[in-house]
Design a protein around this ligand. Structure first.
Ligand SMILES: [Zn+2]
Length: 397
Protein backbone atom coordinates (compact mmCIF):
# COMPACT_ATOMS: atom_id res chain seq x y z
CA UNK A 1 0.00 0.00 0.00
CA UNK A 2 1.34 3.42 -0.91
CA UNK A 3 1.92 5.82 1.94
CA UNK A 4 -0.08 8.98 2.31
CA UNK A 5 1.26 12.10 3.86
CA UNK A 6 -0.40 15.21 5.22
CA UNK A 7 0.50 18.32 7.17
CA UNK A 8 -2.09 19.85 9.48
CA UNK A 9 -1.81 23.20 11.19
CA UNK A 10 -3.22 22.91 14.71
CA UNK A 11 -2.49 26.38 16.01
CA UNK A 12 -1.71 29.26 13.70
CA UNK A 13 -1.46 32.40 15.81
CA UNK A 14 -1.53 35.76 14.15
CA UNK A 15 2.24 35.45 13.84
CA UNK A 16 4.69 33.45 11.76
CA UNK A 17 5.18 30.60 14.24
CA UNK A 18 2.79 27.68 14.22
CA UNK A 19 1.94 24.32 15.75
CA UNK A 20 1.43 21.47 13.33
CA UNK A 21 1.50 17.77 12.67
CA UNK A 22 2.76 15.58 9.84
CA UNK A 23 0.78 12.38 9.49
CA UNK A 24 2.25 9.61 7.40
CA UNK A 25 0.49 6.33 6.63
CA UNK A 26 2.71 3.51 5.54
CA UNK A 27 1.65 -0.11 5.18
CA UNK A 28 -1.45 0.60 7.27
CA UNK A 29 0.68 2.06 10.08
CA UNK A 30 0.19 5.67 11.12
CA UNK A 31 3.22 7.72 12.11
CA UNK A 32 2.92 11.23 13.48
CA UNK A 33 5.51 13.96 13.75
CA UNK A 34 4.44 16.96 15.81
CA UNK A 35 5.94 20.28 14.80
CA UNK A 36 7.99 22.29 15.70
CA UNK A 37 10.39 19.37 15.91
CA UNK A 38 13.72 18.07 14.65
CA UNK A 39 15.00 15.21 12.52
CA UNK A 40 17.26 13.05 14.69
CA UNK A 41 20.74 13.03 13.24
CA UNK A 42 22.25 9.81 11.93
CA UNK A 43 25.72 8.94 10.71
CA UNK A 44 26.08 6.01 8.28
CA UNK A 45 22.63 4.75 9.21
CA UNK A 46 23.02 4.96 12.99
CA UNK A 47 22.10 7.51 15.64
CA UNK A 48 25.58 7.97 17.14
CA UNK A 49 26.22 5.83 20.24
CA UNK A 50 22.66 4.47 20.47
CA UNK A 51 21.16 1.17 19.37
CA UNK A 52 17.63 1.27 17.97
CA UNK A 53 16.50 -0.18 21.33
CA UNK A 54 18.11 2.76 23.16
CA UNK A 55 16.44 5.09 20.69
CA UNK A 56 12.97 3.70 21.36
CA UNK A 57 13.33 4.90 24.99
CA UNK A 58 13.49 8.45 23.66
CA UNK A 59 10.42 10.13 22.11
CA UNK A 60 12.06 10.79 18.74
CA UNK A 61 9.59 10.77 15.85
CA UNK A 62 11.67 11.17 12.69
CA UNK A 63 15.25 10.53 11.54
CA UNK A 64 17.33 11.99 8.76
CA UNK A 65 19.64 9.78 6.69
CA UNK A 66 22.33 11.57 4.62
CA UNK A 67 22.94 9.51 1.49
CA UNK A 68 26.52 10.77 1.10
CA UNK A 69 27.44 8.57 4.10
CA UNK A 70 26.83 5.55 1.85
CA UNK A 71 28.27 6.66 -1.49
CA UNK A 72 31.87 5.47 -0.95
CA UNK A 73 30.68 2.31 -2.74
CA UNK A 74 28.31 2.63 -5.70
CA UNK A 75 25.70 1.39 -5.82
CA UNK A 76 25.57 1.38 -2.00
CA UNK A 77 25.17 -2.28 -0.96
CA UNK A 78 22.40 -1.23 1.46
CA UNK A 79 20.39 0.14 -1.50
CA UNK A 80 20.24 -3.43 -2.86
CA UNK A 81 18.46 -4.73 0.24
CA UNK A 82 15.00 -5.63 -1.03
CA UNK A 83 12.91 -4.46 1.97
CA UNK A 84 13.89 -0.79 2.15
CA UNK A 85 15.71 1.50 4.57
CA UNK A 86 13.27 1.24 7.51
CA UNK A 87 13.89 -2.48 7.86
CA UNK A 88 17.59 -2.45 6.90
CA UNK A 89 18.44 0.04 9.67
CA UNK A 90 15.81 -1.31 12.11
CA UNK A 91 14.13 2.12 12.06
CA UNK A 92 10.63 0.86 11.33
CA UNK A 93 9.11 2.93 14.16
CA UNK A 94 10.31 6.24 12.76
CA UNK A 95 9.53 8.51 9.84
CA UNK A 96 12.62 8.54 7.60
CA UNK A 97 13.81 11.56 5.62
CA UNK A 98 16.69 11.18 3.13
CA UNK A 99 18.91 13.96 1.81
CA UNK A 100 22.07 13.87 -0.28
CA UNK A 101 24.34 15.93 2.04
CA UNK A 102 25.03 15.51 5.73
CA UNK A 103 23.45 18.54 7.47
CA UNK A 104 25.72 18.20 10.51
CA UNK A 105 29.01 17.80 8.62
CA UNK A 106 28.49 20.15 5.76
CA UNK A 107 31.92 19.75 4.16
CA UNK A 108 33.17 21.39 1.02
CA UNK A 109 33.10 18.88 -1.80
CA UNK A 110 33.76 20.16 -5.30
CA UNK A 111 31.91 22.07 -7.96
CA UNK A 112 28.55 20.99 -9.30
CA UNK A 113 27.60 21.06 -12.95
CA UNK A 114 24.23 20.92 -14.73
CA UNK A 115 24.44 17.14 -14.52
CA UNK A 116 26.17 16.32 -11.24
CA UNK A 117 26.30 17.17 -7.55
CA UNK A 118 29.57 16.69 -5.68
CA UNK A 119 29.38 15.05 -2.28
CA UNK A 120 31.88 14.13 0.43
CA UNK A 121 32.33 10.42 1.25
CA UNK A 122 34.74 8.29 3.28
CA UNK A 123 36.68 7.74 0.05
CA UNK A 124 36.78 11.43 -0.88
CA UNK A 125 34.68 13.49 -3.25
CA UNK A 126 32.17 11.62 -5.37
CA UNK A 127 29.84 12.90 -8.05
CA UNK A 128 26.23 11.88 -8.35
CA UNK A 129 23.69 12.57 -11.08
CA UNK A 130 20.04 13.35 -10.60
CA UNK A 131 18.92 10.04 -12.09
CA UNK A 132 21.33 8.05 -9.87
CA UNK A 133 20.05 9.88 -6.78
CA UNK A 134 16.46 9.10 -7.72
CA UNK A 135 17.31 5.47 -8.43
CA UNK A 136 18.93 5.01 -4.99
CA UNK A 137 16.10 6.80 -3.20
CA UNK A 138 13.52 4.60 -4.89
CA UNK A 139 15.45 1.56 -3.63
CA UNK A 140 15.70 2.83 -0.05
CA UNK A 141 12.01 3.77 -0.13
CA UNK A 142 12.00 6.32 2.75
CA UNK A 143 8.95 8.37 3.77
CA UNK A 144 10.39 11.58 2.36
CA UNK A 145 13.34 12.87 0.38
CA UNK A 146 14.89 16.31 -0.08
CA UNK A 147 15.47 17.05 -3.76
CA UNK A 148 19.01 17.84 -4.94
CA UNK A 149 20.18 21.41 -4.52
CA UNK A 150 22.99 23.31 -6.19
CA UNK A 151 24.35 24.93 -3.04
CA UNK A 152 26.65 27.93 -3.25
CA UNK A 153 27.53 27.62 0.45
CA UNK A 154 31.27 27.31 -0.06
CA UNK A 155 31.58 30.01 -2.68
CA UNK A 156 32.55 33.17 -0.85
CA UNK A 157 30.85 35.73 -3.01
CA UNK A 158 28.88 34.03 -5.75
CA UNK A 159 27.81 36.53 -8.39
CA UNK A 160 24.28 36.96 -9.69
CA UNK A 161 24.95 34.74 -12.70
CA UNK A 162 26.11 31.89 -10.44
CA UNK A 163 23.14 32.32 -8.09
CA UNK A 164 20.67 32.26 -11.00
CA UNK A 165 22.32 29.09 -12.26
CA UNK A 166 21.98 27.56 -8.80
CA UNK A 167 18.24 28.36 -8.72
CA UNK A 168 17.70 27.00 -12.25
CA UNK A 169 19.60 23.77 -11.65
CA UNK A 170 17.83 23.16 -8.35
CA UNK A 171 14.43 23.65 -10.02
CA UNK A 172 15.39 21.32 -12.90
CA UNK A 173 16.51 18.61 -10.47
CA UNK A 174 13.27 19.03 -8.52
CA UNK A 175 11.25 18.52 -11.72
CA UNK A 176 13.19 15.34 -12.41
CA UNK A 177 12.61 14.06 -8.86
CA UNK A 178 8.88 14.83 -8.97
CA UNK A 179 8.56 12.96 -12.27
CA UNK A 180 10.62 9.93 -11.23
CA UNK A 181 10.51 9.37 -7.48
CA UNK A 182 8.12 6.51 -6.95
CA UNK A 183 4.67 6.97 -5.48
CA UNK A 184 4.61 6.97 -1.69
CA UNK A 185 7.90 8.86 -1.18
CA UNK A 186 7.22 12.52 -0.48
CA UNK A 187 9.47 15.06 -2.21
CA UNK A 188 10.57 18.20 -0.36
CA UNK A 189 11.85 21.00 -2.59
CA UNK A 190 15.13 22.74 -1.74
CA UNK A 191 14.83 26.53 -1.79
CA UNK A 192 18.04 28.40 -2.68
CA UNK A 193 19.04 31.87 -3.86
CA UNK A 194 21.99 32.58 -1.54
CA UNK A 195 22.00 36.26 -0.48
CA UNK A 196 20.15 37.65 -3.49
CA UNK A 197 16.65 38.74 -2.51
CA UNK A 198 15.08 38.46 -5.97
CA UNK A 199 16.53 35.00 -6.55
CA UNK A 200 15.43 33.81 -3.10
CA UNK A 201 11.91 34.97 -3.97
CA UNK A 202 12.03 33.32 -7.42
CA UNK A 203 13.34 30.04 -5.98
CA UNK A 204 10.66 29.99 -3.26
CA UNK A 205 7.77 30.92 -5.55
CA UNK A 206 8.69 28.51 -8.34
CA UNK A 207 9.29 25.66 -5.87
CA UNK A 208 5.94 26.44 -4.21
CA UNK A 209 4.21 26.14 -7.60
CA UNK A 210 5.28 22.52 -7.89
CA UNK A 211 3.70 19.47 -6.31
CA UNK A 212 6.06 19.25 -3.33
CA UNK A 213 5.25 17.95 0.16
CA UNK A 214 7.29 20.67 1.87
CA UNK A 215 10.42 22.79 1.68
CA UNK A 216 14.07 22.71 2.75
CA UNK A 217 15.87 25.95 3.63
CA UNK A 218 19.61 25.51 4.06
CA UNK A 219 21.10 28.13 6.37
CA UNK A 220 24.71 26.86 6.14
CA UNK A 221 27.04 29.62 5.00
CA UNK A 222 24.36 32.30 4.82
CA UNK A 223 24.93 35.68 6.45
CA UNK A 224 27.70 36.84 8.77
CA UNK A 225 25.50 36.50 11.88
CA UNK A 226 22.59 34.28 12.82
CA UNK A 227 20.30 37.33 12.52
CA UNK A 228 21.46 38.02 8.97
CA UNK A 229 20.98 34.37 8.06
CA UNK A 230 17.47 34.36 9.46
CA UNK A 231 16.62 37.56 7.59
CA UNK A 232 17.64 35.86 4.33
CA UNK A 233 15.62 32.75 5.14
CA UNK A 234 12.62 34.96 5.99
CA UNK A 235 12.62 36.26 2.43
CA UNK A 236 12.07 32.67 1.31
CA UNK A 237 9.54 31.87 4.05
CA UNK A 238 7.46 34.92 3.13
CA UNK A 239 7.04 33.44 -0.34
CA UNK A 240 6.06 29.93 0.73
CA UNK A 241 2.51 28.72 1.37
CA UNK A 242 1.40 28.18 4.97
CA UNK A 243 0.01 24.72 4.42
CA UNK A 244 3.28 22.84 3.89
CA UNK A 245 6.10 22.12 6.38
CA UNK A 246 9.46 23.90 6.25
CA UNK A 247 12.71 22.21 7.26
CA UNK A 248 15.85 24.27 7.97
CA UNK A 249 19.53 23.33 8.38
CA UNK A 250 22.37 25.09 10.11
CA UNK A 251 20.71 26.38 13.33
CA UNK A 252 23.41 25.58 15.81
CA UNK A 253 22.04 26.34 19.25
CA UNK A 254 18.69 26.53 21.07
CA UNK A 255 18.53 30.34 20.93
CA UNK A 256 18.78 30.27 17.14
CA UNK A 257 16.24 27.42 17.00
CA UNK A 258 13.70 29.51 18.95
CA UNK A 259 14.27 32.46 16.65
CA UNK A 260 13.81 30.19 13.64
CA UNK A 261 10.54 28.82 15.00
CA UNK A 262 9.38 32.37 15.73
CA UNK A 263 9.85 33.16 12.04
CA UNK A 264 7.91 30.10 10.85
CA UNK A 265 10.35 27.19 10.57
CA UNK A 266 8.79 23.84 11.54
CA UNK A 267 11.61 21.28 11.51
CA UNK A 268 15.36 21.48 12.14
CA UNK A 269 18.30 19.19 11.57
CA UNK A 270 19.15 17.36 14.80
CA UNK A 271 22.93 17.56 14.75
CA UNK A 272 23.23 19.82 17.84
CA UNK A 273 22.81 17.15 20.59
CA UNK A 274 25.18 14.87 18.73
CA UNK A 275 27.88 17.52 18.41
CA UNK A 276 27.59 18.41 22.09
CA UNK A 277 27.90 14.73 23.04
CA UNK A 278 31.15 14.40 21.09
CA UNK A 279 32.54 17.39 23.00
CA UNK A 280 31.62 15.82 26.37
CA UNK A 281 28.84 18.32 27.03
CA UNK A 282 25.41 17.70 28.54
CA UNK A 283 22.48 19.96 27.59
CA UNK A 284 21.01 21.57 30.72
CA UNK A 285 18.97 24.54 29.52
CA UNK A 286 15.67 25.14 31.23
CA UNK A 287 12.37 24.42 29.57
CA UNK A 288 9.73 26.16 31.68
CA UNK A 289 9.19 29.85 32.16
CA UNK A 290 9.28 29.37 35.93
CA UNK A 291 12.58 27.47 35.72
CA UNK A 292 14.35 30.65 34.78
CA UNK A 293 14.73 31.05 38.52
CA UNK A 294 15.49 27.37 39.14
CA UNK A 295 18.24 25.83 41.25
CA UNK A 296 20.30 24.33 38.47
CA UNK A 297 21.70 27.57 37.98
CA UNK A 298 24.63 27.51 35.89
CA UNK A 299 23.40 30.16 33.51
CA UNK A 300 24.60 27.97 30.75
CA UNK A 301 23.21 25.77 28.04
CA UNK A 302 25.76 23.06 28.79
CA UNK A 303 27.75 21.14 31.41
CA UNK A 304 31.26 20.30 30.28
CA UNK A 305 31.66 16.90 31.91
CA UNK A 306 35.42 16.62 31.34
CA UNK A 307 35.86 19.35 33.95
CA UNK A 308 37.55 18.08 37.14
CA UNK A 309 34.97 19.88 39.25
CA UNK A 310 32.48 17.09 38.48
CA UNK A 311 34.61 14.26 39.86
CA UNK A 312 32.69 14.27 43.16
CA UNK A 313 29.46 15.85 41.93
CA UNK A 314 26.89 13.19 42.75
CA UNK A 315 23.88 14.95 41.26
CA UNK A 316 22.27 13.80 38.01
CA UNK A 317 23.12 15.74 34.86
CA UNK A 318 19.85 17.65 35.27
CA UNK A 319 17.67 17.12 38.34
CA UNK A 320 14.37 17.60 36.48
CA UNK A 321 15.26 15.22 33.62
CA UNK A 322 13.58 11.81 33.37
CA UNK A 323 15.97 10.20 30.89
CA UNK A 324 17.73 6.89 31.57
CA UNK A 325 21.07 8.56 32.36
CA UNK A 326 19.60 11.06 34.82
CA UNK A 327 17.43 8.44 36.55
CA UNK A 328 20.38 6.11 37.14
CA UNK A 329 23.69 7.97 37.05
CA UNK A 330 25.60 10.95 38.39
CA UNK A 331 27.75 13.66 36.88
CA UNK A 332 30.70 12.11 38.77
CA UNK A 333 30.20 8.72 37.08
CA UNK A 334 29.99 10.24 33.61
CA UNK A 335 33.09 12.37 34.34
CA UNK A 336 34.90 9.17 35.37
CA UNK A 337 33.79 7.35 32.19
CA UNK A 338 34.96 10.25 30.03
CA UNK A 339 38.32 10.48 31.81
CA UNK A 340 38.92 6.77 31.39
CA UNK A 341 37.67 6.84 27.77
CA UNK A 342 34.93 4.32 28.44
CA UNK A 343 32.38 4.08 25.64
CA UNK A 344 29.45 4.19 28.04
CA UNK A 345 30.19 7.89 28.66
CA UNK A 346 28.97 8.90 25.21
CA UNK A 347 26.08 6.42 25.33
CA UNK A 348 24.78 8.06 28.52
CA UNK A 349 25.49 11.58 27.30
CA UNK A 350 23.77 10.97 23.97
CA UNK A 351 20.78 9.37 25.72
CA UNK A 352 20.42 12.45 27.89
CA UNK A 353 21.13 15.02 25.19
CA UNK A 354 18.73 13.54 22.68
CA UNK A 355 16.02 13.10 25.33
CA UNK A 356 16.47 16.66 26.56
CA UNK A 357 16.27 17.94 22.99
CA UNK A 358 12.93 16.14 22.49
CA UNK A 359 11.67 17.75 25.71
CA UNK A 360 12.83 21.18 24.51
CA UNK A 361 10.68 20.86 21.39
CA UNK A 362 7.79 19.35 23.36
CA UNK A 363 7.81 22.38 25.67
CA UNK A 364 7.99 24.73 22.69
CA UNK A 365 4.84 23.10 21.29
CA UNK A 366 3.11 23.42 24.67
CA UNK A 367 4.12 27.06 24.95
CA UNK A 368 2.67 27.76 21.48
CA UNK A 369 -0.54 25.89 22.34
CA UNK A 370 -0.93 27.75 25.63
CA UNK A 371 -0.17 31.10 24.07
CA UNK A 372 2.99 31.76 26.07
CA UNK A 373 5.59 31.16 23.39
CA UNK A 374 6.56 34.79 22.96
CA UNK A 375 7.29 35.15 26.68
CA UNK A 376 9.31 31.94 26.59
CA UNK A 377 11.39 33.07 23.60
CA UNK A 378 11.99 36.45 25.18
CA UNK A 379 13.12 35.03 28.54
CA UNK A 380 15.14 32.19 27.05
CA UNK A 381 17.02 34.48 24.70
CA UNK A 382 17.75 37.01 27.43
CA UNK A 383 19.06 34.27 29.71
CA UNK A 384 21.18 32.37 27.21
CA UNK A 385 22.03 34.76 24.43
CA UNK A 386 25.48 35.55 25.88
CA UNK A 387 26.38 31.87 25.85
CA UNK A 388 25.63 31.52 22.14
CA UNK A 389 27.65 32.79 19.24
CA UNK A 390 25.10 35.41 18.35
CA UNK A 391 25.31 38.40 20.66
CA UNK A 392 22.34 40.27 19.28
CA UNK A 393 19.40 40.62 21.62
CA UNK A 394 16.28 39.48 19.88
CA UNK A 395 13.59 42.03 19.35
CA UNK A 396 10.05 40.73 19.44
CA UNK A 397 8.21 42.83 16.92
ZN1 LIG B 1 18.71 13.34 31.44
Amino acid sequence: MASTFSFELIVKPDRCFRLGRIICWRNKERKVMSTPNFLAYTVRGSVPHLTPDNLREIPVEALEIPLENFLDIQPPPSSLYPHGAHKFFNFEDFMLFFDIRDPGEFKKASFNTDKIVSVSTLQGVCKITSDTYVKYINSYNPDAVISLADMTTFEKTPGLKRIKKSVNRTLDWLDYALANIKEGIQVFGAVVGHNNHEERIRSAQETANKNVAGFLLNGHGLGATSRERLDLLKISINNLPNDKPRIAYGFENPVDILRGIFEGIDIFDGSYPSKKTEEGNALIFTLENEEFISDDTEKSLLLYLHDEKYKTDFRPLLSSCKCYACRNHTRAYIHHLLRTREMLATVLLMSHNLYHYTQFFKKIREHIEKNRFITFVDQFCQRYDDTCESKTIYQIQ
